[in-house]
Design a protein around this ligand. Structure first.
Ligand code: 2HA
Ligand code: ZN
Length: 271
């Protein structure tokens, strides 16, 4: 059996959490990541018949039975993952009953997965139903995205349109736009279900006055989606209080989308 601390998926979790912490997006215990793993890749490092303990998830995830995820721990700080992955991360498998998580590795101090597991697993289910290659869900509190929530209408068409205007590449990176939820209580199944409903349509979902969710096929794609929204929100926050002299026109966004061959939300433009 190989040393799990050398597994590429553990390293990706360590690198991504450290990077996001350094960007200032994941203060204290803010943010969480779940990453669906292939049984084949995990069994090189872990005996899949050895369950350390079981943890109830509190919801039903039948389409994920047998699926394995590496997930950040509840109350744990992104800042600390790199120095102690076995305490701050865990590898879980959804048991036969669809509602219990079998711990295969990690949460060494007796901990458990993020309180946002419902939103994560329900988002995985929603994304997998539209994209079977989806693997990663990231939640974060990126600074400018959050700031923008306080000064911009939380309307998904208007919010997406403003972001698309802020960087030329935005419409190419997230042509499906950004879903927006109003402020809601977090850490429960209700916000999980609302997030998942949006995830059928969007790979990015803003949680009003809280943060953002991103979903993608790998860590780079998912991080890159959030990073691009955050960059656009930063440009917005640097310019929103200044007279707007120039902008990217809707006709130019159409030109971009067509040149790059992306299927975009036409109804989010004012054509
Ligand atoms: O886990 O970000 O939304 C910490 C959070 C909750
Ligand atoms: Zn949060």
């Amino acid at each position: 059996m190989r040393d799990i601390l050398t597994a590429p998926f553990v390293k990706e979790m360590m690198d991504t959490t450290a990077n996001m912490y350094r960007l200032g997006w994941d203060e204290r215990n803010g943010g969480n990541i779940s990453y669906m793993l292939e049984e084949e890749e995990v069994k090189e490092y872990l005996d899949l018949d050895k369950v350390i303990r079981t943890i109830p998830t509190g919801f039903q995830a039948d389409s994920l039975i047998g699926k394995i995820f590496i997930v950040t721990g509840t109350g744990k700080y992104f800042k600390n993952v790199k120095d102690d992955p076995e305490t701050n991360l865990g590898i879980i498998r959804i048991a036969e009953d669809g509602t219990t998580a079998e711990l295969l590795w990690g949460y060494k101090d007796g901990g458990r997965f993020t309180s946002e597991l419902p939103a994560h697993l329900m988002s995985h289910m929603a994304r997998l139903s539209v994209d079977p290659l989806n693997r990663v869900v990231i939640h974060s509190h990126p600074t400018h995205t959050l700031a923008m929530n306080y000064v911009h209408e939380l309307d998904e068409k208007k919010f997406t349109h403003t972001l698309w205007e802020m960087c030329t590449e935005c419409i190419v990176v997230f042509p499906d736009g950004v879903g927006v939820l109003p402020w809601m209580l977090c850490g429960n199944n209700t916000i999980g279900e609302a997030t998942a409903e949006k995830m059928k349509e969007f790979r990015l979902v803003v949680w009003g006055m809280h943060g953002i969710y991103g979903a993608g096929r790998d860590m780079d794609e998912t991080f890159g989606l959030i990073e691009t929204v955050e960059k656009a929100a930063q440009i917005y926050m640097l310019t929103a209080h200044l007279p707007r002299v120039n902008t990217i026109k809707d006709s130019e966004m159409v030109e971009l989308a067509e040149a790059f061959g992306v299927k975009y939300r036409k109804d989010f433009l004012n054509l």
